[in-house]
Design a protein around this ligand. Sequence first.
Ligand SMILES: *Cc1c(COP(=O)(O)O)cnc(C)c1O
Length: 485
Amino acid sequence: MASTTPRPSDPAPVLRSSAAGFEQVADLLAHSIGRIDSWMSEYGPVTPHPSLEVPRGALLEATEELHLRLRDNYPFFHPRYVGQMLKPPHPAAVIGYLSAMLINPNNHALDGGPATAALEKEVVAQLAAMFGFAEHLGHLTSSGTIANLEALFVARQTHPGKGVAHSADAHYTHGRMCSLLGVDSVAVPTAVDGTMDLQALEELLRVGNVGTVVATTGTTGLGAVDPVHEILALCQRYGARVHVDAAYGGFFTLIADDTADGVAAAPFAAISRCDSVVIDPHKHGLQPYGCGAVLFRDPGVAAHFLHDSPYTYFTSEELHLGEISLECSRAGAAAAALWLTLQVLPLTPTGLGAALRAGRRATLTWADLVDGSDELTLFQRPHLDILSYFPTRRRMSEIDATSARVLTAGMQLPPEQSLFVATYTVDGAALAARGHHVEPDQPHCRILRSVLMKPEVEDEVPALHRGLVSLVTDREPAPSGGDAA
Ligand SMILES: *Cc1c(COP(=O)(O)O)cnc(C)c1O
């Protein structure tokens, strides 16, 4: 079926997001399917059951309909899509996922998939090494939400009766999961750069009701990096636990080197001394959705997960992943996808780090372009690869209206010129705190936000900026009733 058989030493690069790239992926996939098929055939033939037989024409027709429906998407793969935290997986992840998915192992128990459970332990160890954990207990999860839930569950078990503090800009999941766990949670105000206000945190810790502090290295909105090192020092003084939500920003550890195109070192270096950390390989780790991870520095927390099950855990005395997680069934394919990706793009500054650095450089370049323009104003300096900015206007109502118009107008351009950004809601105090003198004629307004998480965006930045400026300076629609339809 494959026109060319991939050779182990083939030096040709695998291309992404192009027809040639897809042809290579198709080739490698055909090769992988052949390899799985040959393993299966060792067990002898399987007679197909008529109940599962479908006419090829019906499948083709339904597939055609699926593909028509899939056109109703935003072009997440394209460098001109800088809206949300979305991008397609790396070809290695696709090949790894599909190969394992044909077997469909379940990483709940070693009985459900010994190979992918072993792969999961390896990738989790690689993530732990990236964060500098000397020892660890951890596993993959379906998402950052579940990973954070597990970390907060352990926080509750180790600090019973105590609450959880997170910054006001932390992901909303923390408040929600605390209420699910029956734990009090409190939002600590943010400082002028969107990070946790340390003075406010210390006042809270002094009162003594807080058992765990959640530090975020890369808030979902602004990409702000909480000063983990300083939070940790405070928490050590007051006997509180520190959990780091690095769901979005965790992989920036690879380029946290204080260089011009890197990110601040101290907060990421401090993660090694925190109690737990969550990272989402399905965000910056080039994975398809369904891949988060939680890591604990103390393997002893396994005691909080202990349970027995009469219908699992029978093929091995070794620790089963289901014994240390709240989730039961999980895709073994997700572990295979991440494992294969990290084999070719390892967790090093020049491996996966190079992709993050390109996005970081793009963000800094665009921040300078915005800073130098009359039409756009930078909301705040970016800590990672998320840019926040707004149309330069006198009133909040005008900023809001123009941001909303730019968002829609960019998406409505012909596909080959279209431009996809996102909006972010801020209040008058957040604008004033950052020194933006705009008339607060309404309490909130939308500003613009761009997530530059694809390395390919680096070449596109000048064009993106020009496109944004021209959308902002386009004639404003008439103020009322003049909706040009
Ligand atoms: C995305 C995100 C989450 C939630 O993770 P999911 O994988 O979407 O469930 C939590 N915290 C932060 C900081 C995030 O960016």
